[in-house]
Write a new protein. Structure first.
Length: 308
């Protein structure tokens, strides 16, 4: 059995993401920091745009796309830590993303204004925009090995006396084009979602009848496969992240991390943690990166072994 390594403190970390090959860890806080995972050493630190809020590694791991709370996007060279391109799009407004196409040529992101956008990653040229009136786009996820894009749509509040339409998720093929989205799930008060690594399942947190539930749906036909009541989250307590092998689902709760096994959605483990807000896992390893508004950590989380 491999000995557990000492936990590494990451500091204030709004986002954490392992590179595709697992050798690097990007930590998004007041600055963007890149770590060498094996050596536990810091490779570089930079503040490339103000108020960074989202990031994604390119499929080959060579670039990092970052996005700010104003919607501004930029691309950074992973090897050198140098800014490759600033898209100069400060007026797009806050939203979700970014997400890369599998070829690495395109970047997509969504806005609180309901706009889904696709740009050329090398130039920042806006190639596609689709507005969704009365909606806010809450998340974008790469699925099927990055070959498709899943978008989480939140319907904004309607006028008094009108019926609130359900929230929904759509799936898009690359490159994005008009009319290309296909609805795969419609559900009232959908808070967050996480597609499984193999693209077969969609885990969602949602409210029904005054309670909060974690439900699992088949992406192919929208069937509900399992549903369990869960305690209400708070702040970032709606975040979901699959283990790379698809055997369990991590959730960011109130002052703790919860892990649900799949199939079944039984609670496997709980770990107390101060102000957790982000989560990522290294494939074929117990190593997990945990983002926190106060003090993130890189540490071993043997979810199945600890609860066997």
């Amino acid at each position: 059995m491999t000995a557990m390594q000492k936990a590494l403190r990451l500091g204030c970390s709004y986002g954490v993401r392992f590179s595709p090959d697992g050798t690097r860890l990007a930590v998004l806080g007041r600055d963007l920091v890149l770590w060498d995972v094996a050596a536990r050493s810091k490779l570089w630190r930079g503040k490339f745009i103000a108020h960074m809020s989202g990031m994604a590694f390119s499929p080959d791991g060579g670039r990092l796309a970052i996005k700010s709370t104003t919607g501004q996007m930029a691309v950074v060279d992973v090897q050198t830590g140098q800014l490759l391109l600033n898209f100069q799009n400060r007026k797009d407004g806050e939203g979700c993303g970014p997400a890369w196409s599998p070829c690495g040529r395109y970047l997509a992101d969504g806005g609180w204004d309901g706009c889904l956008r696709m740009r050329a990653a090398a130039t920042g040229e806006l190639l596609f925009t689709q507005a969704h009136a009365g909606e806010m786009l809450r998340a974008v996820h790469a699925i099927d090995g990055g070959r498709r894009l899943l978008v989480q749509h939140g319907v904004k509040s309607v006028d008094e006396g009108q019926v609130q339409p359900p929230d929904y998720c759509s799936v898009w093929d690359w490159p994005l084009q008009d009319g290309g989205g296909r609805m795969v799930l419609s559900l009232p008060r959908l808070m967050s979602c996480a597609p499984s690594p193999d693209g077969q399942y969609l885990a969602v947190l949602h409210h029904t009848g005054g309670e909060e539930f974690l439900s699992m749906y088949a992406l192919a036909d929208g069937r509900c496969l399992a549903r369990v009541a869960v305690e209400a989250g708070g702040g970032t307590g709606d975040g979901l992240r699959w283990l790379p092998d698809g055997s369990a689902l991590g959730r960011i709760g109130k002052g703790k991390l919860l892990f649900y096994g799949w199939p079944g959605l039984d609670v496997l483990a709980q770990h107390a943690f101060t102000y957790p807000c982000a989560l990522d896992f290294l494939p074929a390893s117990p190593l997990a990166a945990i983002g926190s508004w106060e003090a993130g950590m890189l540490m071993d989380l043997n979810v199945h072994e600890e609860t066997a």
